[in-house]
Design a protein around this ligand. Structure first.
Ligand code: BGC
Length: 465
């Protein structure tokens, strides 16, 4: 017979559970603000650069530097940032990230010379790199298995919202040439991330991995509500015991980790070499080439593409814990290959309805990305690595993503000049076909399983082979 206290606890169970699940959602939303900064800072420069170029009388190379320094900073910080989040903890790393973001945004806004602006851009890049290694891991470690898909995808949703807000802010400040505002406004969400993280708890998995079992149990009970969390903690401890001592770089190449390493780095590179950022960064240029003559028409169509990106990410979040990761990934990647193929054909015949076809096809392309490689890459790399090395293994994949992003962004315009748009889009389509085959054969389904179950199954696969 339950005691009186027990009875009242049972009576209140749904209430406690609801409160705890809204607490986890709040934690996920605040951490996802890191994604907002990621999207905002990578996209805002597309409008700001026009005025920066005028103000500092830049030639092409310094102009490219101002755009791409963020990517260099992000790639470098992603590599080291994972180590930092394994060492300092996810929460502390996100607080440091917020300080870096605010500092970087303010340095850009008040830069008195071009060199200071470049320094500010690198610092902002470091913030983005740290956010991209830590946010998905933090959310995946606090989320319950059955909701982990959509909660980690909040990060991608925030990225897409950040991109859209950047387009709107650029549009609003364009008449006054206010590039300082365009770059400086990123300090606001930067501050929000830090304030949120001051209030939120450390990841219980990180705590258990560092011997703070009591604290881990306390936080787990708080975020899981009424359910019996000792089972979850035991599972975490067993997986820690199975994976041995604190992780090192060399652990990345252990046979047990290799399949996850290949999936993470492979998806990281495919996410970029299928051309998403040629659209996100250069959509107005592509559309003008397709025949939309007015700049404002091209910018408006670009904003439309940004809206599709946000909406289809929401669709993906709704489906990812129901359908699973693989069906979405395979459907979307097929869509990416097909739309890139069509885009290539459309550019074969300039004039006529090319402009309309280009707008519709670009929207279908972004929609395909937004249900698949966009959110699912960031989700999977937060799920598939063993806890001991999760931070820096995720960081390796994120760094590969940023490096591939840099290569594609720097080569796109040159490719279009030398190969022409048709062959350039067909090249990306070929990469998308390769991405489909890669995903079909190598990407595991992680829906509904605990992080520890995923770790065991990938480990089992490696030892069996
Ligand atoms: C990618 C970014 C891209 C964004 C577009 C993210 O998943 O990593 O490079 O700009 O999606 O929505």
């Amino acid at each position: 017979m339950p005691s009186e206290a027990g009875k009242s606890l049972q009576h209140n169970a749904p209430l406690v559970e609801a409160a705890s699940s809204s607490f986890v959602i709040l934690a996920a939303i605040f951490a996802a603000v890191g994604g907002l900064l990621f999207g905002y800072d990578t996209a805002a420069i597309s409008g700001a650069i026009i005025f920066i170029k005028q103000q500092f009388s830049l030639s092409t190379f310094p102009e490219e530097l101002a755009v791409s320094m963020v990517l260099v900073g992000a790639a470098t910080a992603a590599l080291g940032g994972g180590r930092l989040s394994d060492y300092l903890g996810r929460r502390a790393t996100l607080i440091v990230t917020s300080v870096i973001f605010v500092a970087g945004a303010l340095i850009c806004a008040f830069a008195g010379s071009f060199n200071v602006l470049l320094v500010g851009r690198v610092i902002v890049g470091i913030g983005i790199g740290l956010a991209s290694t830590t946010v998905p891991v933090y959310i995946s470690e606090v989320a319950p298995p059955k909701a982990r898909g959509w909660q980690v995808s909040l990060f991608q949703l925030a990225i897409t919202i950040g991109i859209l807000v950047a387009y709107v802010v650029d549009y609003a400040f364009a008449p006054s040439g206010g590039w300082r505002w365009m770059l400086g406004l990123a300090a606001v969400p930067g501050l929000l991330l830090g304030l949120g993280m001051l209030y939120l708890p450390e990841s219980p998995r990180w705590l258990a991995g560092h011997g703070h079992n009591e604290k881990a149990l306390k936080i787990l009970s708080r975020i899981r509500g009424n359910s019996d969390v000792s089972v979850e903690l035991k599972e975490i401890q067993e997986s820690l015991a199975a994976s041995g001592q604190q992780g090192h770089w060399s652990d990345l190449f252990r046979p047990a980790v290799r399949p996850a390493l290949i999936v993470g780095i492979g998806l990281a590179v495919f996410q970029q070499i299928t051309g998403i950022n040629t659209v996100i960064y250069y959509a107005p240029t592509i559309l003008q080439r397709a025949g939309i003559s007015s700049a404002s028409g091209a910018i408006l169509a670009t904003a439309g593409i940004g809206v599709v990106n946000v909406l289809m990410t929401l669709v993906s979040m709704w489906l990812v814990d129901r359908m699973g990761r693989r069906p979405l990934l395979l459907t979307g990647t097929a869509g990416i290959a097909i739309t890139l193929g069509i885009l290539g054909f459309a550019f074969l015949r300039p004039g006529g309805a090319l402009a309309e076809v280009a707008v519709v096809t670009l929207m279908a392309y972004v929609a395909s990305f937004a249900i698949s490689l966009g959110p699912i890459f960031w989700l999977l790399i937060s799920e598939i690595y063993p806890l001991r090395i999760r931070g820096f293994a995720e960081g390796t994949a994120a760094a590969a993503n940023w490096s591939a992003n840099l290569v594609v962004s720097l080569t796109f315009l040159t490719l279009v000049e030398s190969l022409g748009p048709t062959r350039t889009f067909w090249l990306y389509a070929l990469f998308a076909i390769a991405a489909w085959i890669f995903s079909y054969y190598l990407v595991p389904e992680t829906k509904g399983r605990t992080l520890e179950e995923i770790e065991r199954s990938l480990h089992g696969k490696a030892t069996a082979s």
